[in-house]
Write a protein that binds this ligand. Structure first.
Ligand code: NAD
Length: 245
């Protein structure tokens, strides 16, 4: 269990759902994990669980839409662990499902700030360290809404398409310099984000069920590990076959 031995990983949205499962798996595989979130209590719980299982982690409270807090998060990581190898950008929201006509400017801006600007700010802050060492991994979390329009709504679908473009551009600009950037596109995963949503379409997808955050974490581990070093600028769906048709 040491696919990420001695690597340092910053995981955002790590106090719940996909981010929390990924933080725990990364730590179980030997990474020193920075659990980033805004809820101190849940952050402390996640770190305690990692340490109880024999791993290493610390919690940093940061709002990923604020560049000062993101830069401070990177500075604290470097102070404590000396380097940064992996970014897992899981922080995100899906609180607006409306069409363009019904979407207000405030919800549009809020959603874009978290789902698109957040990964940009963290990448920008961590890239100098990664480029100095000539190696680094950035994993962004898209969605089935990265490929298809539909029930996701105007703002969310736009944000998840945008993050595909950002991942590609990271690869174009920095792939030759040792930066491996990829996108995970989950379908319907059982987390707090989907709590209470009884999507009737789920029974019609090939897998006939929702996914588990642990299943997404397993893919996130592969993409963070050296085993996937030839995968660059890819969008990998994990959606039980939802988007085949
Ligand atoms: P989740 O709600 O459990 O996790 C999202 C996390 O992001 C939460 O911990 C939340 O506190 C954090 N967050 C929100 N705004 C933040 C901010 N400004 N600064 C810092 N943290 C912030 O849901 P999840 O399902 O684990 O979602 C993780 C990612 O997966 C999101 O990007 C989401 O869009 C994506 N996704 C989820 C599903 C699904 O079905 N659950 C499907 C496709 C994509």
């Amino acid at each position: 269990m040491s696919k990420l031995k001695d690597k340092v990983a910053i995981v955002t949205g790590a106090t719940s759902g996909i981010g929390e499962s990924t933080a725990k798996l990364y730590a179980a595989e030997g990474a020193k994990v920075v659990v980033v979130g805004r809820n101190e209590e849940r952050g402390a719980e996640a770190v305690a669980a990692i340490k109880e299982a024999g791993g290493e982690a610390m919690f940093i409270s940061a709002d990923m839409t604020k560049h000062t807090e993101v830069e401070e998060c990177v500075a604290k990581t470097l102070e404590k662990y000396g380097t940064i190898d992996i970014l897992f950008n899981s922080a995100g929201i899906h609180d607006a499902y409306d069409n363009a006509l019904e979407t207000d400017e405030e919800s549009w801006d809020k959603l874009m700030a978290i789902n698109v600007k957040g990964p940009f700010l963290l990448s920008k802050a961590a890239l100098p360290t990664m480029l100095d060492k000539g190696k680094g991994t950035i994993i962004n979390v898209g969605s089935q809404s990265s490929f298809v329009a539909g029930a996701g709504g105007a703002a969310y679908v736009t944000s998840k398409h945008a993050i595909v473009g950002f991942t590609k551009q990271l690869t174009y600009d920095f792939g030759r310099k040792g930066i491996k950037a990829n996108l995970i596109a989950p379908g319907f995963i059982d987390t707090e984000m989907t709590e209470g949503i009884d999507d009737p379409r789920l029974k019609d997808i090939p897998a006939e069920r929702a996914g588990k955050p642990e299943e997404v974490a397993a893919l996130a581990l592969f993409l963070a590990s050296d085993e996937s070093d030839y995968i660059q600028g890819a969008e990998i769906k994990i959606d039980g076959g939802w988007t085949v048709g």
